[in-house]
Write a protein that binds this ligand. Structure first.
Ligand code: ATP
Ligand code: MG
Length: 224
């Protein structure tokens, strides 16, 4: 059974009296161990698609199955718990909370639902893994763009998700930092978390085992 399977998913928006499909009849399958990258221009529907996959945005049409179950059949509380337990999410742009330290930011997903255990200890290990444990006590405004992305990736891994979804995790970073972040994501896949990322950068295509292009809401396998 696929980890995530979306079938004929569409999202319709209306703007200025005109209706259009930001995501248009998209089907996609993510298996355990997959590293899938989707590239596409700004406005092509990438974030809309990721939000649908992450359980954050109900599609107008089609089904989103996670481990065989339609996540949008779940009640609000169940879907929140599902997201928190199974999905690691790195949103587009800066998403750390400014009044919390890096370590506290990484801990947040742990405390959204009652859990036992040493949250700070686990968060620190994740910060070591992403290479910024020396910044644990710093605040987001004291970090570089690449360091903030690393912190957001550590946060997304806090609850040991089955699927990590990252929305342009390398935007605005230089080529060397982009390569480091992509290598980091690649290492995460090897530890059995599947990764689904979107980006508009062609140089991220060297990573991942499946690549797709998104254009005006349509998803097609990327021609090499
Ligand atoms: N709530 C909304 N209502 C109406 N239109 C929307 C809404 N959200 C997004 N859109 C439109 O849907 C299209 C897809 O948006 P989306 O954010 O998915 O694009 P994207 O590929 O992630 O772009 P970017 O690379 O700039 O982040 C765009 O034309 C956008 O303007
Ligand atoms: Mg986007």
């Amino acid at each position: 059974m696929a980890l995530l399977e979306i079938n004929e998913v569409s999202k319709e928006y209306t703007r200025g009296g005109h209706a259009f499909n930001a995501v248009n009849h998209v089907s996609l399958c993510v298996d355990g161990g997959d590293f899938i990258s989707i590239i596409g221009r700004s406005g092509s529907g990438k974030s809309t698609l990721l939000n649908i996959c992450a359980g954050l945005l109900e599609p107008s049409d089609g089904a989103v199955l996670f481990e065989g179950k339609d996540i949008y059949d779940l009640k609000d509380k169940e879907i929140s718990f599902f997201r928190n337990a199974k999905i690691g999410y790195v949103p587009q742009g800066q998403s750390l909370l400014s009044n919390f330290t890096v370590l506290e930011n990484v801990c947040i997903p742990w405390f959204l639902f009652k859990r036992e255990g040493d949250a700070e200890g686990r968060a620190f290990i994740l910060l070591e893994k992403v290479g910024i444990s020396h910044l644990a006590a710093s605040y987001p405004k004291e970090l570089s763009g690449g360091e903030m992305r690393r912190a957001a990736i550590a946060r997304s891994l806090m609850n040991n998700p089955s699927l990590l979804i990252a929305d342009e995790p390398t935007s605005d970073l230089d080529a060397a930092t982009t390569a480091e972040i992509m290598r980091l994501l690649n290492a995460i896949v090897q530890k059995e978390t599947a990764v689904l990322i979107v980006t508009h950068e062609l140089d991220t295509l060297n990573y991942g085992n499946k690549t797709y292009t998104m254009d005006a809401g349509n998803l097609t396998p990327h021609a090499a």
